[in-house]
Unconditional design. Structure first.
Length: 181
């Protein structure tokens, strides 16, 4: 029996042996700790090409997909002062982000848990499991940029009016490519 071909897409500005090695195939999915290591390593070791590729736009935030495999998706996002996400979850995906430039404020909640706040400064990295809902924003006076990773990739997000509206359970949404083995 033939093994299906693996999907690998990499942004041209970051098509380096290092990134290929970092996103090498693993099965079945990446853990929050794996994702944290990925985003922090990419932010630290590919800082120059990431900074060069970053664009800062108004009124909407700017983002670019850096890499995609069957197991993980990697993004670069930029944030001008005042820009933010709406409260959302990641549809059952685990995730991570590392602040490349500036500072980002995060308000987050796990189902049935309290609403919490954290300030993430340049170099700060965190990994989170599939049950986390959050809102991220640039409350500072200078632009910010961050590297994000999700596993499984391409899962829809659910948006909320407020983090108070997060349900008692956040079930996984179906993956557009079908279930992971």
């Amino acid at each position: 029996m033939t093994t299906p071909a693996r999907t690998h897409e990499i942004h041209p500005a970051l098509d380096t042996p290092l990134l290929h090695d970092l996103i090498s195939d693993r099965s079945p999915l990446w853990t929050p700790a794996d994702l944290r290591t990925l985003t922090s390593t990419v932010a630290a070791r590919l800082r120059a090409p990431l900074t060069e590729a970053a664009e800062f736009t108004e009124p909407k935030r700017w983002w670019a997909r850096l890499a995609l495999t069957d197991e993980v998706e990697l993004w670069l996002l930029t944030w001008l002062p005042g820009q933010r996400t709406r409260p959302h979850d990641h549809g059952g995906a685990s995730g991570s982000f590392t602040v490349l430039l500036g500072e980002l404020a995060e308000t987050y909640r796990y189902p049935q848990g309290p609403i919490r706040h954290r300030l993430h400064k340049t170099g700060a990295a965190l990994g989170f499991g599939q049950g986390r809902a959050h809102q991220v924003q640039n409350l500072g006076t200078t632009p910010a940029a961050s590297v994000h990773a999700y596993s499984p990739p391409l899962v829809e997000t659910r948006q909320y009016t407020s983090l108070r509206d997060v349900p008692h359970e956040i079930p996984a949404l179906p993956h557009p490519r079908g279930p992971h083995q």
